[in-house]
Design a protein around this ligand. Structure first.
Ligand code: K1U
Ligand code: ZN
Length: 197
């Protein structure tokens, strides 16, 4: 869980979390709604942001770090967002776009998603808010909300594309014992892919 600074890891990281990859049962389970945001859950969201930035992602959902709470974080262009118990209240439009997943590294696929959505959720402090989103932010919100309901982007691929993706994954999954992805020191970077100091 925690990472001790070392010569190989010169930037002190408070809490990089292990990432669960395809095959880990928690990725297919329904999450539990959060009753109340506690200090522990706030620390979890901080650690999720840190892990997501280290992995060069734009979103991360609790099941991806082995947690069953209905929480996800997103950060696109320096706009960090915490969503707790999110609900999609409006969707509009449809567009195909490429998606990846920190839980299925190096596999990408085109997914049809709504282009304009409104999401209702609680924030890091447990306060209700509504967020209108378009394009990549909408796509990322939908991808993360899917994670909170046990769904993965590969579920939307055609039979042939899914089979190809799973075939590639078969040859890669040996690199993730116990279905866990540990971020190696040379993958640790600052926000948006800046190299570590
Ligand atoms: O939830 C995750 O696994 C994170 C995922 C979010 C996401 C990416 C792309 C479209 C929708 C949702 C990632 O951050 S994958 C890595 C990434 O940064 C990326 C990949 C493809 C396009 C844009 C970004
Ligand atoms: Zn994902």
């Amino acid at each position: 869980m925690g990472r001790v600074p070392s010569p190989q890891s010169p930037v002190p990281h408070l809490s990089l979390l292990d990432i669960h990859v395809l095959g880990s049962p928690i990725l297919r389970q329904e999450t539990k709604p959060v009753d109340r945001m506690t200090d522990e859950l706030r620390r979890l969201t901080d650690a999720m942001f840190e892990t997501m930035h280290a992995a060069k992602g734009i979103g991360l959902a609790a099941p991806q770090v082995g947690r069953s709470e209905r929480i996800a974080v997103i950060d696109i262009e320096d706009n960090p967002i915490v969503i707790v118990n999110p609900e999609i209240v409006v969707t509009d439009g449809l567009a195909k776009g490429e998606e990846g997943c920190l839980s299925i590294p190096e596999i990408f696929g085109d997914v049809d998603r709504a282009t304009r959505i409104t999401v209702r959720a609680l924030n890091r402090d447990g306060q209700a808010f509504e967020l209108e989103a378009t394009d990549l932010l909408a796509r990322c919100l939908l991808h993360e909300i899917d994670h909170l309901h046990g769904k993965l982007f590969i579920d939307y691929l055609s039979f042939l594309k899914r089979r190809a993706a799973l075939g590639k994954w078969e040859s890669m999954k040996k690199d993730f014992p116990q279905n866990i992805r540990k971020l190696p020191p040379n993958e640790i970077a600052g926000r948006h892919g800046e190299e570590a100091l």
